[in-house]
Design a protein around this ligand. Structure first.
Ligand SMILES: *[C@@H]1O[C@H](CO)[C@@H](O)[C@H](O)[C@H]1NC(C)=O
Ligand SMILES: *[C@@H]1O[C@H](CO)[C@@H](O)[C@H](O)[C@H]1NC(C)=O
Ligand SMILES: *[C@@H]1O[C@H](CO)[C@@H](O)[C@H](O)[C@H]1NC(C)=O
Length: 330
């Protein structure tokens, strides 16, 4: 009996959720209808529904303020391949834990180096696709002698699905699991590298107990403390909104204390989007046994990788700091 009751309640909740969702998803047409109904009948219930619809529409709209898979235009149609700039690679399709098919490219060092080279899993920012990161990947590949996996988020480039906070985090886990299980590389030298939004995804990945052992090092570049904090930077009025109003939180600030993986923070001091103090704050709060922040005076949000000594700094982190005995946890 109990079970049946349970299923029934489940159905009702399911129905109600769907119903609310469909209201939220509905566009100005529904809003207009409700508005008209309210105009004619002045009913309090209709007023409430109206408020709900307005709030819901705003809530839904947040995704389109955060994820830009269509910028630049044609980003969903055309993804440049590594071979076009002379990089040997494999094109991969991975299946995430929730069944979404995502794309990735694995750019590999020549066969003699492949098994010994460290591997960097790069997770990009909120716009464009992995093809736009090829010039950066090429520099990383040559200067640091690493294999590079560029991971494509769901809803971006050639990946299926729709972006969401939880979805992006699952994508990163699928990427890491794939690398961890590869037998032709040194799976003990996997480094997760997240830039901007990718930094928040990388921090989340490094916090997961299940994956701590699979990650040798973490690199976070020009990332933010949380989406609400970024909202505040862009529109100070958002400070007044409680946390639950934010559909995407990416609350790195509150979870970074549980990162145990050695971490390098790369901070462009000329970042025109994310205030560099957020990187300082992330580094301060990080629970990593080894952490270091490197600042680049002329580093912009997108272009810190063009600064002098950038690759030297990453190479030093990988070759010296990650191999140092001091890093072995007690
Ligand atoms: C980070 O820590 C340093 C040294 O402890 C301190 O001077 C600085 O104010 C802190 N910054 C932030 C943003 O918390
Ligand atoms: C930053 O840019 C300015 C002006 O172009 C230049 O004078 C300065 O040397 C640069 N700093 C670094 C660290 O490259
Ligand atoms: C970041 O780079 C992309 C492409 O490289 C460019 O279109 C975009 O305007 C840049 N954004 C910022 C904030 O500089």
């Amino acid at each position: 009996m109990r079970r049946h009751g349970f299923v029934f309640i489940d159905r009702i909740i399911h129905f109600a959720t769907n119903f609310i969702h469909s209201i939220w998803r509905s566009s100005s047409a529904a809003l207009l209808l409700l508005l008209l109904a309210y105009w004619f009948y002045g009913d309090f219930t209709i007023f409430l529904l109206l408020c709900l619809a307005i709030l819901g529409t705003l809530y839904q709209y947040q995704d389109s303020l955060l994820y830009y898979p269509d910028q630049p235009s044609s980003s969903r149609m055309f993804v440049q391949q590594p071979y076009t700039i002379g990089l040997p690679s494999e094109n991969l399709y991975l299946r995430t834990a929730d069944g979404v098919r995502i794309n990735a490219v694995f750019i590999k060092q020549p066969p003699v180096r492949l098994p010994f080279a460290p591997t960097i899993m790069f997770i990009h920012g909120n716009a464009g696709n992995i093809g736009h990161r090829l010039p950066f990947a090429r520099e990383l590949y040559h200067h640091c002698g690493v294999n590079v996996m560029l991971l494509e988020y769901r809803g971006y480039g050639k990946s299926d699905g729709v972006p969401s906070e939880n979805g992006l985090k699952l994508d990163a886990r699928a990427g890491l699991e794939y690398l961890r299980d590869r037998t032709d590389i040194d799976a003990s030298m996997i480094i997760v590298f997240g830039r901007s939004l990718g930094g928040a995804v990388g921090i989340d990945l490094a916090c997961q107990q299940l994956y701590t052992d699979a990650i040798r090092g973490l690199i976070v570049e020009n990332s933010f403390t949380s989406i609400p904090a970024m909202g505040e930077v862009l529109f100070s009025a958002l400070r007044l909104l409680p946390m639950f109003c934010f559909r995407n939180k990416f609350n790195s600030k509150s979870i970074v204390k549980s990162v145990r993986v050695p971490t390098l923070f790369l901070s462009g001091l000329s970042d025109e989007l994310v205030p560099p103090r957020m990187m300082t704050e992330l580094c301060n709060k990080s629970g990593a046994i080894f952490k270091r922040i490197v600042r680049f005076e002329n580093g912009s949000h997108n272009g810190t990788w063009l600064c002098p000594d950038y690759y030297k700094c990453i190479s030093f982190f990988i070759a010296q700091e990650l191999n140092s005995k001091a890093l072995v946890a007690p």
